[in-house]
Design a protein around this ligand. Structure first.
Ligand code: ATP
Ligand code: MG
Length: 505
């Protein structure tokens, strides 16, 4: 009879026999390798997007599955890969760390790029995830304040919204997004900046800007630069998105910038062509819409039951000669909840941020605007559109009636007040006060007063009537009483201005 053994001994026996081996699902061999794409045989049971390991710490991403040859995109150093080398499936998709990311610069696989040592993380998350279900979402109703007056007043963004920033090259797209990140200081929003296919020097500049404005402590930069292989650029936004999801599903608020999705689409096209997929319109593969829709659908405002966290996405798309009806721009426009269109002509005419009011919309953010801003900004879009139309007609004739002249002058004053320099985000209450002064009839009368109000009103109120600003800030409203007090203060400010001018003459 077999001698009975205790559970303790049994466990010991089993533990002694245990061999620590990586979870390998399948083996295969390299058939050929070129341009960062590897073809391998074997690898039975390989999954799509599975991480594949080669000797010398080289990793690849399974992207094309076939019975006799699998297409794998290499994620790092391709120079050591040889024909006949062993390839192993890991049975896992790529995962990124979720903790210890504040103030760090990482690559899309979560490896540090800032020389500050390894990322210590208890949790990780696969980079590809399904988007939150319909029932897990709730309506966008909390503002995500960007600090740009033109945006917060006319194209407001709510937490959980996806707002596209689109424009030609060098029109201030990155600046708009980076300053929105800088404005989140002290607002409890975790920020992620994904740099795709950019020059290393450009990424460095963004890092320096964030550091100089104390924004690094709550920001993570995920970088796949132009020097990195296309597959790494391809996975970068999904990696950033997974990190931001870590914040959202824990009940926090995240803001993620994808800079930019045009370069992302190009990286995907490169990879797809090398994988011998059929090219479609503009040589992009047929699934390029799904490429961005599955990414942007992951941004959401979660319901109360799911913790009420949110992920706001600001994807950036570059256009050629202002053509927003090209393939990638129209795709992304149709996926997002609105777009901010930056126009080159306006940018060079000194209107910065160069927001084209007519073509910029925010489909859901209006309900997230504070009552105070909504009250003072409700007519702004319409008035500016009228102004732009009238300006075109005014070019043809010089004999304009006084009503038209007045309206033109008013439009010009509004355009002036919406101009804003970099690194000077404006708090909500100051935005409300400034727009109140500008849009209330009979207060600001000319351009001189406009620039004075734009530059000095906020400081004047802070010293002479701080309670007005506090009240607007705390209640988010502009009551009748506050409006009257504010009118008085603006009048005082303008009188003081006139007196100063007189004493100078
Ligand atoms: P690219 O196409 O190269 O990515 P971009 O559209 O992202 O360019 P930015 O790099 O943000 O543009 O801005 C271009 C230049 O314009 C920068 O030097 C930036 O400092 C300046 N700029 C952007 N916005 C403003 C602003 N509101 N006021 C003054 N200067 C600005
Ligand atoms: Mg840029």
């Amino acid at each position: 009879m077999q001698e009975s053994i205790s559970i303790d001994q049994l466990l010991r026996q089993r533990l002694e026999q245990y061999k620590a081996e990586p979870a390998v699902s399948s083996y295969g061999h390299v058939l050929s390798v070129s341009d960062g794409i590897l073809w391998a045989d074997g690898l039975e049971g390989l999954q799509l997007s599975e991480l594949v390991a080669l000797p010398n710490n080289v990793f690849g991403l399974a992207l094309s599955l076939a019975p006799d040859h699998n297409g794998i995109a290499l994620l790092n150093d391709v120079s050591t890969v040889e024909e006949g080398m062993e390839v192993r499936g890991t049975g896992r998709v790529i995962e990124v760390p979720l903790d210890g990311l504040e103030g760090r610069i990482v690559d899309p696989i979560g490896r540090p790029l800032d020389g500050k040592g390894p990322i210590e993380s208890r949790r990780s998350r696969p980079i590809e995830q399904p988007a939150p279900a319909i029932m897990d979402r709730s309506a966008v109703d909390r503002p995500l304040h960007t600090g740009w007056l033109a945006i917060d007043a006319m194209v407001p963004i709510g937490r959980g919204q996806r707002e596209l920033i689109i424009g030609d090259r060098q029109t201030g797209k990155t600046s708009l997004a980076v300053d929105a990140i800088i404005n989140q200081c002290g607002r409890n929003v975790r920020c992620f900046y994904v740099a795709i296919g950019q020059k290393i020097s450009t990424v460095k500049q963004v890092v320096d800007e964030l550091a100089a404005h104390d924004a690094l402590s709550y920001t993570t930069i995920i970088a796949a630069t132009a020097a990195d292989p296309a597959p790494l650029q391809y996975i970068a936004p999904y990696a950033g998105c997974a990190m931001a999801e870590g914040v959202m599903y824990a009940g926090g608020d995240a803001l993620i910038v994808y800079d930019d999705l045009s370069k992302h689409a190009v990286a995907y096209r490169t990879m797809s062509l090398l994988l011998r997929r059929a090219p479609g319109r503009e040589a992009y593969p047929g699934d390029v819409f799904y490429l961005h829709s599955r990414l942007l659908e992951r941004s959401a405002q979660l319901s109360e039951e799911k913790g009420h966290g949110s992920m706001t996405a600001l994807p950036i798309v570059e256009t050629m000669a202002g053509d927003i009806s090209a393939y990638i721009p129209t795709n992304v426009i149709s996926i997002t909840d609105g777009q901010i269109f930056l126009e080159e002509g306006l940018f060079h005419a000194g209107v910065r941020p160069a927001v084209n009011v007519g073509l910029s919309v925010s489909r859901v953010g209006g309900s997230a605007q504070t009552k105070a801003i909504r009250k003072v900004a409700s007519q702004l879009r319409l008035e500016l559109s009228q102004y732009n139309e009238m300006k075109i007609f005014a070019q043809f004739g010089s004999d304009l009636d006084s009503a038209t002249q007045q309206q033109l002058a008013y439009g010009e004053r509004l355009m002036q007040v919406l101009k804003q320099g970099r690194y000077s985000p404006m708090p909500e209450e100051e935005q409300a006060a400034l727009l109140f002064a500008m849009t209330t009839k009979g207060l600001v009368q000319n351009m001189e007063q406009t620039t004075a109000v734009q530059q000095g009103l906020a400081a004047y109120l802070r010293t002479h009537a701080p309670h007005i600003l506090t009240q607007i800030h705390q209640t988010g409203e502009l009551s009748q009483q506050t409006a009257e007090a504010l009118t008085l203060q603006v009048e005082n400010f303008l009188t003081q201005l006139a007196e100063q001018k007189e004493s100078l003459q």
